[in-house]
Ligand binder design. Structure first.
Ligand SMILES: Cc1cc2nc3c(=O)[nH]c(=O)nc-3n(C[C@H](O)[C@H](O)[C@H](O)COP(=O)(O)O)c2cc1C
Length: 376
């Protein structure tokens, strides 16, 4: 129904307005308890449990909504009701800011992609923390970024301020150093700058919630060179980082179907969706080769189908995140992906834990032969 009736209407509007209207409608509908209950039932119908233990948490399934959709933590319960195993809110910055001038979000339908240069538009950590302080049933990660007007020298203080404020409420916290839309931000991915930043944020989270600090992750760009990716993997092992999210959007415009003139008219920004698939998978594979199962890997970037989910899990992701395919496919996506994953697990007689990192050339016979049929 979404693809036949709702999406064509939404796609007549500028992308950001369509997002505001669709997300507003979803929240309004889900505020009605009987609608929320019906939707929850529909979203879980026919989907076997896919409980995923990671980051000290129990996710109902490993399909999460990536950062940027619910920047201000206004609708994570409505999104959770659609069947997402968790929602990453943000990017949130220490001070609220308007982001870049409009238009700043563009569709590339021929490529099943989006380009955005939102620039961390958000209400600021104070407002977001207030929304997170209420009791909730959906697992929520909080993605933190640097306030634009804060210079690089004071970046650590800025992230620490946010971490102290959301630390008591976040299920996990992500340090985002990979958005292409805040000048200089990606320079923080260099390990000599990233290490002190992550250590300071972790200290802040421990201070905010000494009894059980939230897990700490870093989100990286797909445009890093192999050495830089491996260096981040090594650093993660060295400091005992809980996880890495691979990846954010790319600045590349290679191999697109959308014509050069349209791309030029759109201008700068991060490209997401199908064209990012191969790049994000490569980053994930490199990281897995380095960190094995000692750091939790979350895959993001061009995940659209059940096979994409399966590929990322076999490449080493414990959890996966989607954004652009949710825009193109609609509210049925989390259920469809979870169902597809459950089908593959049962077809290959394996558990989610066993499937993680089991390799791209996964041979179902090897799994079957290594365990008695009754254990399946
Ligand atoms: C409109 C838009 C806004 C985004 N905003 C953020 C953000 O605020 N913080 C962040 O870490 N990632 C942000 N992202 C990146 C996504 O979280 C995700 O990493 C990326 O889009 C790749 O996944 P996808 O191909 O499934 O979209 C944004 C993506 C889009 C399309």
């Amino acid at each position: 129904m979404y693809r036949r009736f709702i999406k064509p209407l939404l796609f007549l509007m500028p992308a950001e307005r369509a997002h505001r209207i669709a997300f507003g409608l979803l929240r309004a509908l889900m505020a009605l308890p009987f609608v929320a209950a019906l939707v929850r039932r529909w979203a879980s119908r026919g989907v076997p449990p896919l409980t995923t233990r990671a980051l000290g948490l129990e996710f109902p399934n490993p399909i999460l909504l990536a950062a940027g959709f619910d920047k201000n933590a206004e609708g994570f319960e409505a999104l959770g009701a659609l069947g997402f195993g968790g929602v990453e809110v943000g990017t949130v910055t220490a001070e609220g800011q308007p982001g870049n001038p409009l238009p700043r979000l563009f569709r590339l339908p021929a490529d099943r992609a989006l380009v955005n240069r939102m620039g961390f538009n958000n209400d600021g950590v104070e407002r977001v923390a207030e929304r997170l302080a209420r009791p909730r049933r959906t697992l929520v990660g909080v993605n933190l970024g640097k306030t634009r007007k804060v210079d690089d020298e004071h970046a650590i203080e800025d992230y620490v301020k946010s971490a102290l404020r959301v630390g008591p409420y976040a299920d996990y916290v992500v340090v985002n150093v990979s958005s292409p839309n805040t000048p200089g931000l990606r320079g923080l991915q260099a390990t000599e700058r990233l290490r002190p930043l992550l250590l300071a944020v972790r200290e802040a989270l421990t201070q905010a919630r000494p009894e059980r600090p939230p897990a700490l992750l870093v989100k990286i760009a797909p445009d890093l060179g192999e050495d830089a990716i491996l260096a981040i993997g090594d650093m993660a092992l060295e400091i005992g980082l809980d996880g890495i999210i691979a990846t954010n959007t790319t600045t590349s415009r290679e191999e697109l179907r959308t014509d050069a003139r349209s791309l030029e008219a759109i201008g700068a920004g991060g490209l997401s969706g199908a064209p990012l698939k191969a790049k994000s998978l490569t980053v994930l594979e490199l990281l897995r080769a380095r960190v094995h199962d000692r750091v939790v890997l979350i895959a993001a970037g061009g995940i659209e189908t059940e096979d994409d989910v399966w590929d990322r899990i076999r490449a080493g992701a414990t959890l996966v995140q989607v954004y652009t395919s949710f825009v193109y496919e609609g509210p049925g996506l989390p259920r469809k992906l979870a169902k597809g994953l459950a089908d593959r697990l049962s077809a290959y007689c394996t558990t989610l834990e066993e499937a993680v990192g089991s390799g791209r050339s996964f041979d179902p016979r090897s799994v079957r032969s290594s365990r008695p049929p009754s254990a399946a």
